[in-house]
Write a protein that binds this ligand. Structure first.
Ligand SMILES: [Zn+2]
Length: 249
């Protein structure tokens, strides 16, 4: 684990295709959309896979009404940072189970899209410091862990042989899994070029944010994302940053 005072390394940039796998609409927008904007600017392809439609995310909206609304917000927020492919695995929001069914669905997504870089969200127990931080949600922990595991599953033809029968050949080309929002970041991307678009991308989750806070939505998004990027700058040569815990394969 990294020393909290160490400088973060620049994220690798010798890749062409990334797949981001997260539990809920808004996870990537809170986590790393500024980095995604920079990557798509550079001509790289990024695909989003959402394990749920976030249908349990708004107290005042029953899931059947919430799911299509949040799906539409997610597609709009992806488009702001240059992502046009957004898919949903339709596990149940709030009660995602870590296990082979989840690993299989994520491995299938990895085989479909054949990424070199896989991105997910904090699989650690807490947000912020390991001691005294905020407890993470079970959905994030399950999806983060299953994504780290599925990067290996995707490359082995004898794990989930039914996927091969469906025409999804093994893909052993994942070189890294990058965990956004981790308690133990090791790498970072300069947030500056994508920061404004990351604010607009998060702001596309307007129904969710309006239900969450009385604050002006744009002010809320800007304060959150700018604050995070600036907090990380001390470990990245003074540049506002999006941080990742990078696992090489
Ligand atoms: Zn989430």
């Amino acid at each position: 684990m990294s020393d909290p005072n160490d400088q973060l390394h620049p994220m690798p940039d010798d890749w062409q295709r990334a797949l981001a796998v997260v539990a809920h609409p808004d996870d990537l927008e809170y986590g790393c959309a500024a980095a995604v904007a920079g990557w798509t600017d550079a001509g790289r392809e990024v695909v989003y896979t959402l394990v749920t439609r976030g249908e349990a995310g708004i107290d005042t909206l029953p899931p059947a009404e919430c799911a299509p609304l949040r799906e539409a917000e997610q597609r709009a927020s992806a488009a702001v940072v240059g992502v046009s492919t957004v898919e949903f695995l339709d596990h149940q929001d709030g009660t995602i189970e870590y296990g082979t069914a989840l690993r299989r669905d994520i491995a299938a997504a990895i085989r479909r899209h054949r990424p070199e870089l896989v991105i997910t969200l904090n699989h650690r127990d807490t947000w912020g410091p390991a001691v005294g931080g905020h407890w993470n949600t079970p959905d994030h922990v399950a999806v983060g862990r299953a994504t780290l595991d599925a990067a290996g599953d995707a490359g082995n033809r004898w794990i989930f042989p039914d996927l091969v029968e469906q025409g999804l050949d093994p893909w052993d080309g994942v070189r890294w899994v990058a965990v956004a929002g981790s308690t133990f970041p090791t790498h970072a991307v300069d947030a500056t070029p994508g920061l404004e678009r990351s604010v607009l991308s998060l702001l596309e989750h307007r129904a969710y944010i309006e239900a969450l806070t009385d604050q002006n939505p744009e002010e809320y998004c800007r304060t959150f994302l700018t604050g995070n990027a600036e907090a990380a700058s001390a470990r990245f040569g003074g540049r506002p940053a999006v941080t990742f815990e990078l696992f090489s394969r």
